[in-house]
Design a protein around this ligand. Sequence first.
Ligand code: IVH
Length: 700
Amino acid sequence: MTFDLAKEKDTNKRTGKHDDEDVESLSRKEATARIAELRREINYHNYRYYVLDSPEISDAKYDRTLKRLKEIEEGFPELVTPDSPTQRVGARPLEAFREVRHFVPMLSLSNAFSEEEIRDFDTRMRKLLGVESGVEKDVRYIAEPKLDGLAVELVYENGTLSVGSTRGDGVTGEDVTQNLRTVRSVPLRLLPDRRRALPALLEVRGEVIIRIEEFKKLNREREREGEPLFANPRNAAAGSLRQLDPGITASRPLEVFFYGIGRAQGVKFDTQDGLLKALPKFGLRVNPHVGVCDTIEEVLEYYRDMMQKRDTLGYEIDGVVVKVNDFAQQDRLGTISRSPRWALAVKFPARQETTKVTDIVVQVGRTGALTPVAVMEPVNVGGVTVSRATLHNQDEIDRKDIRIGDTVILQRAGDVIPEIVSVITSNRTGRERRFRIPDTCPVCGSDTVRLPGEAVTRCTGIACAAQLKELVSHFASRRAMDIQGLGDKIIEQLTEKGLVKSVADIYSLRPAELMTLDRMGEKLANNILASVEKSKNTTLARLLYALGIRHAGEHISRILADHFGRMDRLRAASLEELQEIGEIGPQVALSVRSFFDQKINIAVVDRLFAGGVRVRGERPRSGARLLGKSFVFTGTLEKYEREEASRIVESLGGKATSSISQKIDYVVAGKEPGSKLRKAKELGIRILSEKEFEELIGRS
Ligand code: IVH
């Protein structure tokens, strides 16, 4: 089968525009042309769906197109031909499978989309059966979930499975017996295992499905293997069943629920209800959520109830099927153009739609995370108009290969935020543009970084308007600068009024400015300013922590403060220097380095100092020959008391501690050293004699 793709796309465009046009207003000539166009389009999508298992449009779009064709054909019945897609559903089986004819055709269902149409169905049934006029006593219904999988027929001869086939076009399907035999819920022999009690012939029909969790798992595996992903569980089920190698089918967790029969010999059923009760006795699985309804109101209740339950089932259903319960009544009602009059599929609002990505924009969150967001042509998905969907991060965009200009399948499951499931790559024109998260923040212009091991790209700017509230709030928090009274409500006003554009502005706030805030009295303003004043006297560790550098929490800030002692030294430290410090990994190092690489951040830090912030215990700039080095003393030194030696080390910018660890640079060993010397040797730490120590401190 070949299709002219270019022509096909053209058709898509044109059909869209005519959707609302009245059939009455069409001339015969126009109708002929429209019908031809729509048939070509539907045939093409049938082929994508049934033969290739790779649909290009959403089911909803497909349904609309088919509905439109039906409408026009109803207006011009003389134009209906036997080969119209309205006269059959599905496409021919793949050549690789043997063809199987269904003795009793596998019918399709007429669709309804509203409660009103359910009531109309009831009115129609009553009228046709003559319930009102007393021909029939009453009509009862049975309601079932409309399972969103793949319809199959299984033939049991004397209780043994002989043939299993797909529905195909309803008349001819594909022989997938070997594959169906691998599905656990397909019995190879009916129960009970006594030939006598079993029907001579039973053709059962059901739906093969895959659970949502399993579908996701399968897609994760396929992603790992670099194989194309399944668009949804139904495609996964279809793709798994229609494998030429049954071994592959066997590895897929397929399931089946039975809901109907073809021929039956040696067994008789009177009602759908009776059938569904009898099937499990033969070992044939039936969906548990079936409801017998005495009135149409009960059907409506069932419909609403299933809509509620939809997200909790673990597998996809796309609506409910309402059937006249009594088989004799079904026979009297009969069939019209491939659909039984006695059944109705009531569809749920679709959760997948196709639309076009017109742009990808970046949002900067409160914590500085840059989130790419797809801007799309607005589309109604399950009753909600959607025009934006988060793309999470660069990896996600790359994985799904989403480009600006792409046609995509958009999904909204339950109350979950809409997401782009996949790209319809065959719609590409070559004019699509790839997207990369920018190197600079769209809000403040600072560099963005993606730290090792993280999926998120972040803004490194400390004066970024998008993060300002969050940054100020963190800056003022108790374990940071501890500015009491500067709560979130006040911060919100200060930033919104533009009184605080960066944390440095806190130190130039004037009482009059504070007084312009809601519910701010003189006393409160003075109290806040007093704690602002108090906060100026702080430690380097606190100040560092207050800056909110990603991954520089309290602990890391303290390590950095201890190591460098001064802000300017930390500021000047290279990536390598940072990484050499124990406990500082590449992630922290890069985060710190990128922070101090931003002119804006340096300016803010300088303004903090200019505004009066003072860091306690900053060590002198000169003579720090042991800067960042840590020492442990063991044994007795001849010329120095332990305390004195420690003081010397500290005066030179180093640190003396008493416990040995990987982070220690030198162990100075005197007379009769203890177990620390052995441990130091084990750890490969440099051991100094007293003489070597003196050389190091410049006193030899
Ligand atoms: S009854 C005439 N019952 O829906 C009876 N079909 O559009 C037709 N389906 O091909 C089948 N759940 O794949 C029936 N509980 C259910 C169903 C169901 C899903 C599918 C089936 C069929 C299609 C008809």
